[in-house]
Design a protein around this ligand. Structure first.
Ligand code: PXP
Length: 241
């Protein structure tokens, strides 16, 4: 069975739009769990633009399925991870100005920084996954860091037009084979939605998929009818038709 890790960052993005208390990503996580999620992912960014330290702390208390902490391989985040003890950590590159994680880690260029973070996390009992591009060299260098898993970046596949899709899928498939031969568990994620997930989900040997934006987007829409009907009922009051 392929695991589904649900990223609830964008529930917090909506909260931050007003700077108030709702919607709370903890409630998003609870409902995702009721819906059958196998894991919950949160990305604690350096600028705390969505998930914050309170969310992560409470998430650790709430989530008894896999809690995956997405984080940059930097000292501050390693320290927080070692204190919070998520069930796994996924190391991602992080740029302040990006809208979302843009590309995979440069496991070769940042080898020292990444391997040190991997070692500290693993020494603290936290399994580590590296978010990398579906590329032979990236897989090779990821394996050298001592990480347990990789998460192959499916954004290129997801964004490709019809002509390039098959080629991008083959890259993911080939990288998956290489990663497995190197003894790594293989996850995938980024940009997956209701129309493109099947192409990736049926690749043999996949451990898990990590999906956020499309699930939160659909959740906003499928809940709209009920939310409006409830408000209408409150406005009408018990006696007014
Ligand atoms: N995996 C990683 C490493 C990510 O950075 C993200 C985005 O936060 C996701 C998966 C989920 O991507 P999406 O929101 O496009 O489903």
């Amino acid at each position: 069975m392929v695991l589904l890790g649900v990223n609830v960052d964008h529930v917090a993005t909506l909260r931050q739009a007003r700077g108030g208390r709702e919607p709370d990503p903890l409630m998003g996580a609870t409902l995702a769990i009721l819906g059958g999620a196998d894991g919950i992912t949160v990305h604690l960014r350096e600028d705390r633009r969505h998930i914050n330290d309170r969310d992560l702390r409470l998430m650790r208390q709430l989530v008894s399925i896999e809690l995956n902490l997405e984080m940059a391989p930097v000292g501050e985040m390693v320290k927080i991870a070692l204190e919070t003890k998520p069930d796994m950590a996924t190391l991602v590159p992080e740029k302040r100005r990006e809208l979302t994680t843009e590309g995979g880690l440069d496991a070769k260029g940042d080898f020292k920084k990444i391997s040190e973070a991997v070692k500290r996390l693993k020494d603290g009992g936290i399994p580590v996954s590296l978010f990398i591009d579906p590329d032979e060299k990236a897989v090779e260098w990821a394996a050298k860091t001592g990480a347990d898993m990789v998460e192959l970046h499916t954004g290129y596949y997801s964004n490709a037009g019809a002509a390039a899709k098959a080629k991008e899928l083959r890259k993911v498939e080939a990288s998956m084979g290489l990663a497995k031969s190197a003894g790594l568990l293989v996850n995938a994620g980024h940009g997956l939605d209701y129309s493109n997930v099947a192409g990736i989900a049926f690749l043999p040997g996949l451990r898990g998929l990590y999906i956020g934006h499309s699930i939160v987007s659909r959740a906003v829409l499928v809940g709209m009818q009920e939310a409006v009907a409830r408000m209408k009922a409150l406005i009408a009051g018990p006696d007014r038709k």
